[in-house]
Structures are given as structure tokens and as C-alpha cells.
Design a protein around this ligand. Structure first.
Ligand SMILES: Cc1cc2nc3c(=O)[nH]c(=O)nc-3n(C[C@H](O)[C@H](O)[C@H](O)COP(=O)(O)OP(=O)(O)OC[C@H]3O[C@@H](n4cnc5c(N)ncnc54)[C@H](O)[C@@H]3O)c2cc1C
Length: 389
């Protein structure tokens, strides 16, 4: 194992750093869960794409720069280091994009990937339904074949940024006699199609990026199917692997939070009369865990570059990063004491930063991308080989 970067990788890092330093907005953009913030983030994505940095590991013809996954990790480190905006099209670039790369036809790759890279088309994920969350195999929304079209009916919910997105990818029951994970098909649905109603859902912080999506006799061409008919479950599991196991949450995100936490500890220790010594240990533990997660991800990427695939171990990953994120934010709130509850706009809030906001979002980590209880079931059955009951 050689943990040093090659001269080419160092040069790549330098180029990425220089571009980001010259282009990252100096002021934070408004929240991407508001209409104004969503469009501001889309504009940023246009700029990133124009510079060739939207999705570095993709082939050049689809809007990437043909980098490998190690260079992608380096890019992510630079992206977070530069304090660049959140990725408004993360469901597209990190989840659907790699799935299209694996299952899409050449026509689908050419049609969808470049507009995804530029965020001309922003994607929402349409898996959850009112009666199909953890139990995704209980999906009820249907897609009936009618000539060259699917006619879709049903309801999807909790679609992140669905209130503003342009397209939705989802699973639909195409075999009406099927049960569970059989008979499902992965279909791409434009959200401006006739029969689509998008209803925003207000979140804990008052912003309404979430949406429920109602589909009433929505016609989409058969060409919008990704993968084979009735094989949607396998396609979706590939998407879930990218989501939990690698792309949705790169280590740089947590290393960045860990660095800020160390900074917060130093500032607090410099001014406070007394500081709970346990907090020092917790800060050190968070920093070490973020580093451990980074090394583990480098190992995963090395395995993928050698021809391996993401498997059930993605569930270990997902539990680790979601619990680490909560721990880091809880520790920050304890360091801040009573000030932790101040909103950034409050007069005495200087130095409080976005820890409270980050904490509220971290609470959702053990729920989205499949709850941590469900990940533990997967680990028990598929990694440890324990009986189902
Ligand atoms: C911030 C956020 C963003 C999201 N974005 C999207 C999105 O873009 N697209 C989308 O489709 N969905 C999205 N979701 C929805 C998310 O996927 C679901 O909330 C999640 O799968 C859980 O489903 P549920 O809410 O129906 O809870 P339920 O499935 O009803 O679960 C309730 C509780 O029971 C537990 N439980 C359920 N089954 C089992 C079991 N077999 N064993 C042990 N425990 C179990 C769960 O762990 C949970 O604690 C998002 C959720 C959040 C919080």
C-alpha cells in the first residue's frame, strides 16, 4: 500500500484548488431548499460545469474530465476546503448519473448525462411512498404499458428538492400481478409532464424543499425506462450502493466538519474559564473517526479501481458517516453551550456559525438513504449471515 499521491495527482489537486479559489462565491448562497437558493445553486453548477469541474470522473463527452475515482476524492477534498456551495443536483450527479453509466443505453447516456452535469436538468429521487419507506418493495405506484408509452399512476413522497427539480427517477410496478421486489421498473419522469402535481412539504427549519409528487395518468415514452422491464429492483440497488457506499457523502465533508470542530474547541478553550475535559476527548475522537472514514473510502476506491464492486458493506459506511455527523454536531453544540441555540441572525450569534442548522440536518442522516435500523438488518443478514428471525 502506498499512501502518497503521485505527481499527476498533486498537479490535479493544484489545478482544482486554483480554479476553486478563483471561482467559489465569496458569500454563502441562500439555502438550496428555497426557490431563490435553488436557482442560485443551479447558476453555480453552470459555472462549475463551464470550468469542467461538475463531475470529474465522468467521460469528457458527458461533461466530465475523464478523471479516476481517486482524483474525484481529491477534488472533493478541495471542494470542501474551498467552502464551495452544496451540490443542488446531488441526486442526479451522485446517484442517477453512475446508474445511467452502468445501465443506460448510449442514447440515454448522451441524452441525460451532459444536462445533468450542467444542472440544466436537476433530478429528484422518487422512491418513497406513503406506505413504502423502509419497506421499499411495498411500492404501489403503477406504470401500465400502452403502445410506446407507460401510463403512470400513484404517489411519491419525501422527494428532496422535488419542489423545484425538473425530473424524477423512480420505481413503478409494471406487472400488476407482481409482489414485493418483483415486477418493478425504473423509469425517468419529467416533472412538467401533464398529470404531475408537485406539493411542497415544509421541513423542520421552515423551508420547503421536500415534495410529495402525485402522478395521474402521466404518459412517458418507453425510452425513459432505465434497464430491463421488471428489473427495476436490481437497478435501484446499484443506485443505493452509490448513495450509501461512496458518492453521496464523500469523506471530505466530514473531515471539513472535524477541522471546524477542532477550531471551535480551540476558540472555546482560549476564552472559557473551564471546559469539560471529556469534550476534549470527544473532539479528538471525532477528528480520528473522520480520518478513519477517509482512509476507509480510499480503500473502497482502490478496490473499485481494481475491478471490485460496492456490496452490502455500503451499509456499514452509511451507519458510520451518519452517526459521526450527529456526534460532531452534538459535540459542537455542547462546546457552544447556551449560545448554540442562537440563529445566525441573532445579535450575539457571532462565531456560532451554522452548527445548529447542521445539527438539525444531521438528525436526518440516520433516516435518509435507508434508515440505520434497516442498514443493521442488511449487515446482520448479508455480512454476518445471521438468520432473518
Ligand atoms: C432528509 C431526508 C431526505 C429524504 N429524501 C428522499 C428522497 O429524495 N427520495 C425518497 O424517495 N425518499 C427520501 N427520503 C425518505 C426516506 O428514504 C424514508 O424516510 C426512509 O426510507 C424511512 O421510511 P419511512 O419514513 O416511511 O419510515 P418507516 O419505514 O415507516 O420507518 C419507521 C421506523 O421503523 C423502523 N423500521 C422500519 N422497518 C424496519 C425493519 N424491518 N427493521 C427494523 N426497523 C425498521 C425504521 O428504521 C424507522 O425508525 C428522505 C428522508 C429524509 C429524512
Amino acid at each position: 500500500m502506498d499512501l502518497r499521491y503521485t505527481p499527476e495527482q498533486e498537479a490535479f489537486r493544484k489545478e482544482a484548488r486554483a480554479w476553486l479559489e478563483a471561482h467559489v462565491p465569496t458569500e454563502p448562497l441562500p439555502s438550496l431548499d428555497t426557490a431563490e437558493g435553488f436557482e442560485a445553486h443551479r447558476q453555480w453548477e453552470h459555472e462549475l460545469n463551464a470550468g469542467g469541474w461538475a463531475m470529474v470522473p465522468w467521460p469528457v463527452e458527458y461533461g466530465g474530465r475523464g478523471a479516476d475515482l481517486l482524483e474525484w476524492l481529491i477534488f472533493e477534498e478541495e471542494y470542501y476546503r474551498a467552502g464551495a456551495p452544496g451540490r443542488v443536483n446531488q441526486n442526479g450527479i451522485f446517484l442517477l448519473g453512475p446508474t445511467i453509466m452502468e445501465y443506460g443505453t448510449p442514447e440515454q447516456k448522451a441524452r441525460y448525462l451532459p444536462k445533468m452535469a450542467s444542472s440544466e436538468e436537476v433530478w429528484a429521487q422518487g422512491w418513497s411512498e406513503p406506505n413504502a419507506g423502509s419497506d421499499m418493495a411495498a411500492i404501489q405506484a403503477t406504470a401500465a404499458l400502452d403502445g410506446d408509452d407507460y401510463v403512470i399512476n400513484g404517489q411519491k413522497t419525501w422527494a428532496s428538492r422535488g419542489a423545484y427539480a425538473d425530473w424524477l427517477f423512480g420505481m413503478f410496478r409494471t406487472d400488476p400481478d407482481s409482489e414485493r421486489h418483483h415486477g418493478l421498473t425504473f423509469i425517468l419522469v419529467p416533472l412538467d409532464a401533464k398529470g404531475v402535481t408537485v406539493r411542497p412539504i415544509e421541513q423542520l427549519d421552515g423551508e420547503a424543499g421536500f415534495a410529495e409528487v402525485f402522478l395521474d395518468d402521466v404518459r412517458v415514452p418507453v425510452a425513459n425506462r432505465l434497464g430491463e422491464p421488471e428489473q427495476g429492483w436490481s437497478v435501484a440497488m446499484a443506485t443505493a450502493g452509490f448513495e450509501r457506499g461512496l458518492m453521496l457523502r464523500s469523506p471530505a465533508r466530514f473531515q471539513n466538519t472535524a477541522r471546524k470542530l477542532v477550531g471551535l474547541y480551540r476558540e472555546t478553550a482560549a476564552t472559557a474559564e473551564r471546559i469539560d475535559p471529556c469534550l476534549r476527548d470527544e473532539v479528538a475522537r471525532c477528528w480520528m473517526d473522520a480520518e478513519a472514514y477517509a482512509l476507509n473510502t480510499y480503500q473502497t476506491v482502490s478496490r473499485l479501481l481494481a475491478g471490485g464492486k460496492i456490496g452490502a458493506e455500503a451499509s456499514l459506511n452509511k451507519i458510520f458517516w451518519s452517526e459521526l455527523d450527529m456526534k460532531m454536531h452534538e459535540t459542537a453544540l455542547r462546546l457552544l453551550g447556551a449560545r448554540a441555540e442562537l440563529l445566525p441572525a441573532a445579535p450575539a450569534a457571532s462565531g456560532v456559525g451554522s452548527w445548529l442548522d447542521g445539527f438539525l440536518f444531521a438528525l436526518s442522516g440516520p433516516i435518509y438513504a435507508g434508515t440505520n435500523e434497516v442498514q443493521r438488518n442488511i449487515i446482520a443478514e448479508r455480512i454476518l449471515g445471521l438468520p432473518r428471525r
